[in-house]
Ligand binder design. Structure first.
Ligand SMILES: NC(=O)c1ccc[n+]([C@@H]2O[C@H](COP(=O)([O-])OP(=O)(O)OC[C@H]3O[C@@H](n4cnc5c(N)ncnc54)[C@H](OP(=O)(O)O)[C@@H]3O)[C@@H](O)[C@H]2O)c1
Length: 301
């Protein structure tokens, strides 16, 4: 099979397409022929070596966490999927070494879900990592209907899903975005939009979900409120009795199935900015590093 491999830490130019032996599904595993995977900020950290202390895979390494595709073989004991099923999955590549930028990926069935119907299989690769991160961070915040939630980076991959998930649950979202993203933030469901510190409400929001690396946004949370950050390098300092927690995405097939249902119901929209074939994977990394992308960058065989 063909795959995008990394032979040593470095810049995007270290990514190249290579032939590797086909993987075989072990017990409880499905073999998926990829329709697409996506690039996430974590892939840039793994590639550059900045996350090396947490990377368990050895070189040559296949990058990628998101996957959409079709089951082509099942291992012994697989009960939820059959050959021909369209699936999505999130593989915690950094910890497990199982990357998704490959034509064939063998994965535990527990981390996969049926792909949402009514959307392209390729586009469904925009959902897993960012969708699960948003859902799991919101679960930590545990907001109630009527509460106000400030989401920073609210039109980003994680932030955008968080805004849609929270709005659907009757939570009032205040979005913190770049000035040019005001209209998009409202489209996603935000009631209010702030584009700089001055336009943020002061000590007025019940909750904060911080995805943009702007820890100072904690100033918008009321005394005794709660904050969750997904950016470890920019954890907000607790102040005024505000509880601050970190959330790190975990593999979760059942959680993905819930998200797929929300896509089918129109609660979540999948946004794809650009599709890159394997040979253009370095360009996809450069695009992500440049910032300003709205929608996922997909990588396809
Ligand atoms: N803990 C976890 O498990 C986990 C999981 C997923 C992601 N993450 C981390 O979470 C962060 C977001 O990931 P993502 O995939 O959602 O990235 P993304 O799609 O690039 O979204 C980030 C958003 O924040 C915006 N932003 C950044 N700085 C800003 C500022 N100063 N003011 C206003 N907006 C700002 C970005 O705008 P521009 O593009 O214009 O800069 C972008 O819209 C990354 O740091 C990623 O590493 C953590």
């Amino acid at each position: 099979m063909r795959a995008v491999i990394l032979e040593g830490y470095g810049g995007p130019e270290r990514l190249r397409t290579a032939q590797l032996p086909d993987p075989r599904p072990g017990p409880g595993q499905i073999l998926v022929r990829a329709a697409a995977s996506a690039v996430n900020p974590v892939d840039l950290e793994v590639r550059s070596g900045s996350a090396a202390a947490n990377v368990s895979a050895s070189f040559p390494m296949i990058l990628g966490w998101d996957l959409s595709g079709e089951v082509v073989e099942t291992g012994p004991g697989v009960s939820r999927f059959a050959v021909g099923d369209r699936v999505i999955a999130m593989s915690a590549q950094m910890a497990t070494g199982v990357g998704t930028h490959a034509e064939l990926v063998a994965l535990d069935e527990a981390i996969a879900a049926h792909a949402p119907r009514g959307v392209s299989l390729r586009g469904a690769a925009a959902l897993p990592l960012a969708g699960l991160t948003a859902a799991q961070a919101l679960a930590v915040l545990d907001p109630s209907p009527g509460q106000t939630l400030l989401v920073t980076g609210a039109v980003g991959a994680v932030g955008g899903y968080a805004v849609q998930l929270a709005t659907a649950r009757g939570i009032e979202v205040v979005a913190y975005v770049r000035p040019q993203d005001t209209a998009l933030a409202h489209e996603l469901g935000a009631k209010q939009v702030a584009t700089d510190g001055a336009s943020l409400p002061t000590a007025a929001c019940d909750l904060l979900l911080e995805t943009a690396g702007v820890p100072e946004a904690i100033s918008a949370v009321r005394d005794g409120g709660r904050a969750v950050s997904i950016v470890p390098s920019a954890k907000p300092e607790p102040e005024r009795g505000i509880e601050v927690r970190m959330s790190f995405v975990e593999q979760d097939g059942a959680g993905l199935a819930d998200l797929a249902r929300l896509v089918e119901q129109g609660v979540l929209t999948l946004r794809v900015a650009e599709v890159f074939d394997y040979e253009r994977a370095p360009e996809a990394h450069r695009r992500m590093a440049a910032g300003g992308t709205r929608g996922k960058l997909l990588v396809t065989p």
